[in-house]
Design a protein around this ligand. Structure first.
Ligand code: PGA
Length: 248
């Protein structure tokens, strides 16, 4: 499976900075190369799109959607709007959405259903907090978060899973390649036990303090099908180095 290198800009890089980023983001990719995706703030999507010709096949996404298609939900954007604006991907259940904005597993499942209905690909984030890991609850938490979305994901539709241990996000603490492999293998096994015949085809990517210096070894680890990069995706040189570190 081709690896995926995705950048989540979070609430950074408005349209002017996004234009400057795209002017400097020039990865050298030997075909077939990795899939490369960016999740800018929704207001910067058009600026990224306008500068995307230098990165053939660049996939675009939004960081969050409301589960309804339209309506009186001030401040929200919907999946059909994201599709209309040129996005093909949507991040769902990022740990900041879960832990800062209080999204529940049920919210995440509703959003996944809306994303699929709009013909977009959900990139669903799961991961444990440090307290949960230390308390021996890693597998229970990952199972709960995964099981909550499986029913709303049709088998014939593409979706992506991102394992992002909360303790490794924005902290400089990275899971070791072995930690990532173990969690990814567990998630894939759980999909299989749940009767998902698409278990082998779902890319499982790792996120949490991925940098140019550790991206290569993480992506070389068994079961790691790519990376989801926060902080280091804001710097075009760092993100270029991470894209170029992907081997398949
Ligand atoms: P980080 O963020 O790379 O800054 O740790 C990852 C993420 O939140 O997706």
């Amino acid at each position: 499976m081709r690896q995926i290198v995705a950048g989540n800009w979070k609430m950074n890089l408005g349209p002017t900075e996004a234009t400057a980023f795209m002017g400097a983001f020039r990865p050298v990719i030997q075909a077939p190369g990795p899939r490369v995706a960016l999740f800018p703030p929704a207001l910067s999507l058009a600026a990224v799109q306008a500068g995307a010709e230098a990165v053939p096949g660049l996939e675009l996404g939004v960081q969050n959607v409301h589960h309804e298609g339209s309506g009186a939900f001030t401040g929200e954007v919907s999946a059909p709007m994201a599709a209309d604006a040129g996005a093909t991907l949507v991040l769902v259940g990022h740990s900041e959405r879960r832990h800062v904005f209080g999204e529940t597993d049920a919210d995440v499942a509703r959003k996944c259903a809306a994303v699929v209905k709009a013909g977009l690909i959900p990139m669903i984030c799961v991961g444990e907090t440090l307290e949960e890991r230390r308390g021996g609850r890693l597998k229970a938490v990952l199972s709960r978060q995964l099981d909550a979305v499986l029913d709303v994901l049709p088998r014939d539709r593409e979706w992506i899973l991102a394992y992002e241990p909360v303790w490794a996000i924005g902290t400089g603490e990275t899971a070791t390649p072995a930690d990532a492999s173990e969690a990814h293998a567990f998630l894939r096994g759980r999909m299989g036990e749940s009767g998902r015949d698409d278990a082998a085809d779902v890319p499982i990517i790792y996120g949490g303090s991925v940098k140019p210096g550790n991206a290569g070894e993480l992506m070389a680890a068994p079961e790691v099908d790519g990376v989801l990069v926060g902080g280091a995706s804001l710097d075009p040189e760092d993100f270029t180095a991470i894209v170029e570190a992907a081997r398949r």
